[in-house]
Design a protein around this ligand. Structure first.
Ligand code: F6R
Length: 368
């Protein structure tokens, strides 16, 4: 059962190192990713000219993270769309389109109907699913299971990190088939991915510090989340977790959008979480996000930065800094999401709410 934890959610957050390790297990051969379940699809995967990822909620945010990795490594265009929008807009599909559905339960009606629509309209289908033998998995041409183990809390945590992991594995599998990442580089990426579980365990050590922070902030009316590149979907996920668990109005934004509107929301005392990209990122996004932090700080925002260990550039402008271990930029989401999950859970607990069973929500949404 809960095994000594105060809630299933607390237990499942703590199980994330294992969830990632279990999803990787058995899928690396000679330091290259090989997904045995996709054996037989080599020709299809070499031939596709487009990928559409479909999912709902948290699963769709894992898809957004996956887009950055798959495009970078496999050089195939990837779109991410909500399942319930996809099938009502007459999307352009062909036998060279791969529709990848992502679902923890494998029973989400919106996603199932979207998969059926894709099949009926001639696309190839792959599902990333956590529940063995689920309907969506059975309907698809192939399935890559996430091995996060059963997720009981309504709000998704360990399934999310396992979905991202599965998407990375799929991206590297595809890159190997298409020859878009050189073997030595692929081996380095595999090594980086394998190092992630221990790094998540390290982030989990800051649980008490985050709990304190959440308690101080338990009467917040609204919380904003900013991120850029792969930090952007994590900002969206941090906001969703806070809405569904703590019933606080929360929004996630791409940091680059700030001056196109959201900065108008900043007033003295407004809490803003900022997922800061690594200063080692070659794209110089780090300095752009640090300037965003300066801009909101100048307008009185209370800045809570999630930043890499040793990143001193954020120190003069952040009210709180939550540290994550060094990782390759594309793998950072597996680390940066953890403090945001802990924050939402602690804040909900501080408000006396049931974190496993938030009001109005069901674990598996089997109606449209
Ligand atoms: C959020 C959450 C939901 C699900 C969404 C899809 O914490 O759990 O947003 O991610 O309902 O569910 P699955 O993955 O079962 O298709």
């Amino acid at each position: 059962e809960k095994g000594g934890w105060s809630s299933f959610m607390a237990k499942e957050i703590s199980e994330q190192p294992e969830a990632v390790a279990n999803t990787i297990r058995g899928r690396v051969v000679d330091e290259q990713v090989v997904l045995p379940e996709l054996e037989g699809l080599d020709e299809v995967l070499t031939d596709i000219d487009r990928i559409i990822i479909i999912a709902c909620g948290t699963a769709s945010y894992s898809g957004l993270v996956g887009k950055y990795a798959i495009e970078k490594w496999a050089r195939v265009p990837v779109e991410v769309e909500l399942s319930h929008e996809f099938r009502y807009r007459d999307p352009v599909l062909s036998e060279r389109t791969l529709v990848v559905s992502i679902s923890q339960s494998g029973e989400t009606m919106d996603t199932l109907m979207a998969v059926k629509y894709a099949i009926a309209n001639g696309a190839r289908t792959l599902s990333i699913c956590n529940t063995q033998g689920a309907t969506i998995a059975r309907e698809s041409d192939a399935v890559v299971y996430t091995h996060a183990g059963p997720e009981v809390a309504v709000a998704s945590t360990k399934a999310f990190v396992a979905q991202i992991t599965a998407l990375y594995l799929f991206g590297l599998h595809l890159a190997r088939l298409r020859g878009t990442v050189e073997q030595g580089r692929a081996a380095e990426l595999v090594a980086e991915l394998r190092a992630v579980p221990d790094k998540i365990a390290k982030v989990l050590e800051s649980a008490d510090e985050i709990d304190q922070l959440a308690r101080w902030m338990s009467d917040s009316r609204a919380v904003l989340f900013l991120g850029r590149h792969v930090g952007y979907p994590i900002a969206l996920e941090g906001a969703l977790k806070l809405k569904e668990l703590a019933y606080i109005h929360a929004e996630g934004f791409a940091a680059g959008e700030l001056k196109h509107g959201p900065i108008a929301l900043i007033e003295p005392g407004q809490p803003v979480f900022v997922v800061v990209p690594s200063p080692r990122d070659p794209g110089s996004l780090h300095s752009k996000v640090v300037s965003n932090i300066q801009e909101i700080r100048a307008r009185g925002a209370r800045v809570l930065a999630v930043a890499e260990e040793g990143d001193v550039a954020v120190l003069p402008f952040a009210d709180e800094v939550i540290r994550i271990p060094l990782a390759a930029p594309l793998f950072e989401p597996l680390l940066t999401v953890v403090p945001l999950q802990l924050f939402a859970m602690s804040l909900a607990t501080a408000k006396g709410l049931d974190v496993d069973q938030p009001r109005n929500l069901a674990k598996s949404v089997t109606v449209e």
